[in-house]
Design a protein around this ligand. Structure first.
Ligand code: NAD
Length: 586
């Protein structure tokens, strides 16, 4: 029995083997053919296929020698890319004889699909190809060639980096041993290894055929890898649009491998996500969404329109991004910047109306989806409920931006314990709650992610005018550094953003300790005027936040004055201390 619920099965005979083919959904709809990798069977798609079957005719088959398909005899020479292409064409003839199919491959399924989408005899049979974690051996061969023939320090680094990630390929080329290991201890331990190292949920996957799949599949490597890498085809150009999905925490493939891909693929859409290698198991929702969007865009002839736009579109498209304090200023600009890159945006604020205004605008700016949530970030219980609700409704957050904060001026002795409590509750505890609740889920998921904490230049610039605010921000900076160290091994980056003076509404809501209502109104107006004259737009801080996530930067001072203060705090702290004594003009 197949584990893909509701699937119909048929056998397709080709080249001396019998392939087990599963079908879901209405055959009248566009056909998607899903090809699994190594060591795997078509069951790797059992979470993705039913989601796609709501809109498409979905076909998944066991590659020869895997799952419930028979193996060629002899094994040696039975797994060449040419024979795998024969199999694919036989499946297509059976399931969609009159219409080209949309091809999706993961790992070795993607490696062989690259062959299908670049050889002449499959031209016209493939409408689009989504490649997940599996390069073309021909492109890989040229990639190596270019780096060996014209080495630069960067290219040699790339070569060594990928070489180290390919250790298992050398092992699989040794005779007999891999088969013995897979049919013995490795085969038994594999489900646990996948669960522990790859964080693949262990719900009955992989299936019991794994040891024999893995043993047979070693011939995929032996029959093809050396031969193709030494002699890559020069005409391996894709004849259909390609969507490339690259998990950034992939232990086996580096992102650099795809640097030259535009030369082989005229219509390429790139997408990346923080995740390990087995994304059809760990991120089935997102995979189904991206495949479905891409196929629909090709079917409707709107591939160009739907393609994510903007500088970071390939990095953030489809990702779940949560921004606190998204109703105004820096938070709003950040939510909209992620929206512009095609993310799914959660706009969180204590001001419900402001949050939904941002969510509405996010949709207009290109967010794949956007929701508004109301919460006071300083309320631990409310934050816990929010985290629960969001995880159930939308999944684990990929990028968390702890931005909500409030201003408080006034001397230390004018600052009451209530004032301290409020500013620490929002500015520090709000960040702690966010990191604990959403960061924990990110870590448990084990597929990487990023946390951004919005601190301030006040975190490293002392001042007699802002003791409580500066203390809260210094704590956020240190918390970010500590958490960054703790999460480094888990593919989760942590960035502290430290803006200087930014023209937002914070000046009109900031409190001034020791001032009566009239005095506070006057101080707010004056600060607002000064910030207005400085006129640094929150959009520039938002751009710095996206850059910090994409490049995984630890501390980012934004605005020239923040950068100057940061440099002084490291090289001339005495000068900063003297500036700190200056009394603010009244
Ligand atoms: P802003 O007042 O324009 O926006 C802050 C948003 O946070 C508002 O929508 C507000 O409703 C929300 N918020 C406040 N308290 C909240 C709470 N307890 N729970 C949920 N939402 C809450 O301010 P901004 O300038 O955009 O500030 C954003 C962040 O940037 C803050 O952490 C601030 O300290 C920091 N920052 C601002 C500046 C600046 O010059 N504007 C400089 C450095 C750092």
């Amino acid at each position: 029995m197949t584990r893909m619920s509701g699937a119909r099965e048929r056998r397709v005979r080709t080249g001396g083997v019998e392939l087990c083919v599963a079908e879901l959904g209405d055959p009248g709809r566009p056909t998607l053919v899903l090809v699994h990798g190594y060591p795997d069977s078509k069951e790797v798609w059992s979470e993705v296929a039913p989601r796609l079957a709501e809109r498409f005719h979905v076909v998944a088959y066991d590659v020869r020698g895997h799952g419930r398909s028979t193996a060629p005899r002899p094994l040696r020479g039975g797994f060449t890319l040419e024979k795998l292409t024969d199999d694919f064409l036989a499946v297509v003839d059976a399931v969609s004889p009159d219409r080209p199919v949309h091809l999706v491959g993961h790992d070795w399924g993607s490696v062989q699909s690259w062959e299908f989408v670049t050889v002449g005899r499959a031209k016209g049979r493939i409408a689009s190809f989504t490649s997940i974690s599996g390069p073309s051996l021909d492109h890989f061969g040229h990639w190596i060639d270019r780096r060996v023939k014209r080495p630069t320090p960067r290219r040699v680094g790339q070569l060594l980096g990928q070489g180290a990630k390919s250790w298992y390929i050398y092992l699989l080329h040794t005779p007999v041993l891999p088969e013995l290991a897979w049919r013995g201890p490795l085969g038994r331990a594999w489900p646990r290894i996948l669960e522990r190292l790859e964080k693949v949920p262990g719900d009955g996957y992989p299936t019991p055929s794994l040891p024999s799949d893995a043993a047979h599949g070693t011939w995929l490597y032996r029959d093809n890898v050396r031969r193709r890498l030494r002699n890559p085809r020069a005409d391996a150009h894709a004849h259909a649009p390609v969507q490339l999905i690259t998990p950034l925490e992939d232990a086996f493939l580096s992102e650099r491998l795809y640097e030259d891909l535009e030369q082989w693929v005229p219509r390429l859409t790139r997408r990346t996500l923080p995740a390990k290698h087995w994304v059809p198991r760990s991120r089935p929702d997102l995979m189904a969404t991206w495949i479905s969007d891409f196929v629909t865009s090709v079917e409707t002839g709107r591939a160009e329109e739907v393609r994510p736009r903007g500088r970071y579109a390939d990095r953030f498209g489809g990702q779940l991004v949560l921004v606190t304090g998204a109703g105004s200023g820096i938070g709003r600009a950040t939510a909209l910047a992620f929206a512009g890159a095609g993310a799914r945006v959660l706009a969180v604020d204590r001001d419900a109306e402001a949050a939904s205004r941002t969510a509405g605008e996010a949709l207009r700016r290109g967010a794949v989806a956007a929701w508004a949530e109301t919460v006071d970030v300083s309320d631990g219980q409310a934050m816990e409920k929010l985290a629960e609700r969001i995880t159930t409704g939308h999944g684990v957050v990929d990028v968390l931006v702890n931005n909500a904060g409030i201003g408080l001026g006034g001397s230390f002795f004018d600052t009451t314990t209530e004032d301290w409590g409020r500013v620490l509750d929002v500015n520090l505890w709000g960040v702690i709650h966010g990191c604990r609740l959403f960061g924990r889920r990110m870590a448990d998921r084990g597929q990487g992610g990023h946390i951004v904490n919005v601190a301030s230049a006040a975190a490293f610039q002392p001042s007699r005018a802002l003791p409580a605010y500066s203390t809260s921000k210094a704590a956020v900076l240190m918390l970010s550094e500590c958490l960054r160290a703790e999460l480094a091994g888990q593919g989760i980056g942590v960035s502290a953003i430290c803006p200087g003076f930014v023209n937002t509404a914070i000046t009109s809501t900031a409190r001034f300790a020791g001032a009566d209502a009239e005095e506070e109104r006057r101080l707010r107006q004056r600060t607002a005027r000064l910030y207005g004259m400085r006129n640094y737009p929150p959009e520039k801080v938002a751009a710095a936040i996206l850059r910090a996530v994409a490049r995984d930067v630890a501390v980012v001072p934004v605005t020239p004055e923040a950068r100057t203060a940061y440099a002084l705090s490291r090289w001339m702290p005495g000068a900063l201390r003297r500036i700190a004594r200056v009394k603010p003009p009244v």
